[in-house]
Design a protein around this ligand. Structure first.
Ligand SMILES: [Zn+2]
Length: 154
């Protein structure tokens, strides 16, 4: 049997194994939240605040979903101190992360912002615990050199 034909574990039926790489390039319009990415590149995590009703948003929103304001939102640096609400280890990855090792994602509550943040958890936190103190930090992800924010040690 050719090496590119494998047996299905359950049925025993032959399967064609295709090993091509999949590169995905996303193009997402960010004109009204571009400042977020400019700041992230400098290591600063920004949220947006509505100048009319004061509602705060993260990830940044280009308009206010509380009062409907659609003008320019205010950008401000987040207070990144908080606590871990929950986490899970990802073994079965989406296709776009298939080239990455297993990773852990979590939801952190930023105490002074009253905002929840979904992010990967830094590998330096080997045993995450619900309720543990955390901080959100900006790093270059080693796998793809993207600038991303992580749930990290305070
Ligand atoms: Zn508002």
């Amino acid at each position: 049997m050719p090496e590119y034909i494998a047996k299905d574990e359950k049925s025993g039926n032959p399967l064609l194994v295709d090993m091509r790489s999949l590169n995905i390039r996303y193009r997402i319009p960010v004109s009204r939240i571009e400042k977020f990415y400019e700041s992230l590149d400098k290591g600063i995590i920004m949220g947006t605040k509505c100048p009319v009703c004061g509602s705060r948003f993260f990830p940044p929103q280009a308009w206010c979903s509380e009062c409907g304001f659609s003008g320019d939102m205010e950008f401000y640096p987040l207070d990144t101190h908080g606590h871990l609400l929950t986490f899970t280890r990802i073994f079965a990855k989406p296709k776009s992360f298939s080239g990455f090792g297993d990773y852990t994602v979590g939801i952190a509550h930023l105490d002074r912002e009253n905002i929840n943040v979904l992010a990967w958890i830094d590998d330096a936190i080997q045993k995450p615990e619900v309720g543990m103190e955390i901080s959100i930090k900006v790093e270059k992800r080693k796998e793809d050199n993207a600038t991303v924010y992580f749930i990290s040690k305070p």
